[in-house]
Ligand binder design. Structure first.
Ligand code: UDP
Ligand code: GLC
Ligand code: MN
Length: 333
């Protein structure tokens, strides 16, 4: 399927970590489509080289920034003006059909079936379900559509200051015309919805195919405080990342991405990276309801952290993906 691709975007080396975990998770679930990432000049050369080891195409584009501080303040996300850069995805006419995915999404199962859908298919936004969330959407690259979108961006701007407001204005019939363009919510499960309707998450969460770490706090932005042995996150932040999914993200990061960053000299300070054990340790701190307490490691957490920092994490044992997955499955039963 060389003419179809998953596409993501990063304008800096932080979101690039998310893009690398997303790309790795798509490959883990054996997608047959190509992987492309839009990057802007601010992404470092070393990080670009790392992206080239995971993505089939690493495409350099200019930043499109709404600079719309009024609307972005309303959204409480001043940093999202650059998301208009996402519009460049319509310029990828080497592909007939693409699925765009935010760099803060994580694939839990094969989702190649999305390519059976038409433009513009997307899942409802948890905050206002008559709008779609533009973190996952099916579209057809087209020079004509690309030009129209850029013109709307220049002439009308976006009601949220980012790409989602503009795309909902442009594809304004999404809410009322064709239910086939409504992706099931499990294709774009955002942590906000988990907390706002926990019984539904308990009932259907196990079918989730894509997790979307929507909100200000991203998996890669967590810092780990060795003194208090917990992951620092603003407890009052409703978009606090779900601990089990956070742990899954960090498992892919530590096993598939961190070694690449080390290879290209981008991960010199291991302390700036959480180990899976730190995250699972933190899960008991952040756990919801009856999350099982993480299995006590046979070696001390300090010792495991040291082993991990020497690149000897117990990926086949306590840190293994299966252990993390089992923890997640137990929680979701
Ligand atoms: N993005 C980026 N650089 C930024 C902010 C956003 O590359 O500084 C891209 C990235 O792909 C990200 C998407 O735009 O996933 C949307 O931003 P974000 O996911 O933070 O918005 P949210 O889903 O939390 O509303
Ligand atoms: C939404 C989407 C994100 C988009 C942002 C700004 O929250 O999750 O993909 O970039 O709004 O429009
Ligand atoms: Mn997002």
């Amino acid at each position: 399927m060389a003419d179809q691709a998953f596409v993501t975007l990063t304008t800096n080396d932080s979101y690039a970590k998310g893009a690398l975990v997303l790309g790795s998770s798509l490959k883990q679930h054996r997608t047959t489509r190509r992987l492309a990432v839009l990057t802007t000049p601010q992404v470092s050369d070393s990080m670009r080289k790392v992206l080239e080891t995971v993505f089939d195409e690493v495409i350099l584009v200019d930043v499109l920034d709404s600079g719309d501080s009024a609307h972005l303040t309303l959204l409480e996300r001043p940093e999202l003006g650059v998301t208009l850069t996402k519009l460049h995805c319509w310029s990828l006419t080497q592909y007939s059909k693409c699925v765009f995915m935010d760099a803060d999404t994580l694939v839990l199962a094969n989702i190649d079936d999305l390519f059976e859908r038409e433009e513009l298919s997307a899942a409802p936004d948890p905050g206002w379900p008559d709008c779609f969330n533009s973190g996952v959407f099916v579209y057809r690259p087209s020079v004509e559509t690309y030009g129209q979108l850029l013109r709307v961006a220049a002439e009308q701007g976006s009601f949220d200051g980012g790409d989602q407001g503009l795309l909902n204005m442009f594809f304004s019939s999404w809410a009322t015309t064709d239910i086939r363009k409504h992706l099931p919510f499990i294709y774009n499960l955002s942590s906000i919805s988990i907390y706002s309707y926990l019984p539904a998450f308990k009932a259907f969460g196990a079918n989730a195919k894509v997790v979307h770490f929507l909100g200000r706090i991203k998996p890669w932005s967590y810092t780990y405080n060795p003194e208090t042995k917990s992951v620092q996150s603003e407890p009052q932040d409703p978009t606090m990342v779900h601990p089990e999914f956070l742990s899954l993200w960090w498992d892919i990061f530590t096993t598939s991405v961190f070694p690449l960053l080390q290879q290209f000299g981008l991960a010199t300070d291991p302390h700036s990276h959480l180990t899976v054990e730190d995250v699972s340790g933190a899960m008991s701190h952040l756990a919801l309801g009856e999350t099982p307490a993480p299995a006590q490691p046979s070696v001390s957490s300090e010792e495991r952290k040291e082993r991990w920092e020497q690149g000897q994490a117990d990926y086949m044992g306590a840190d293994s993906f299966d252990n993390i997955k089992r923890k997640l499955d137990t929680y979701l039963q």
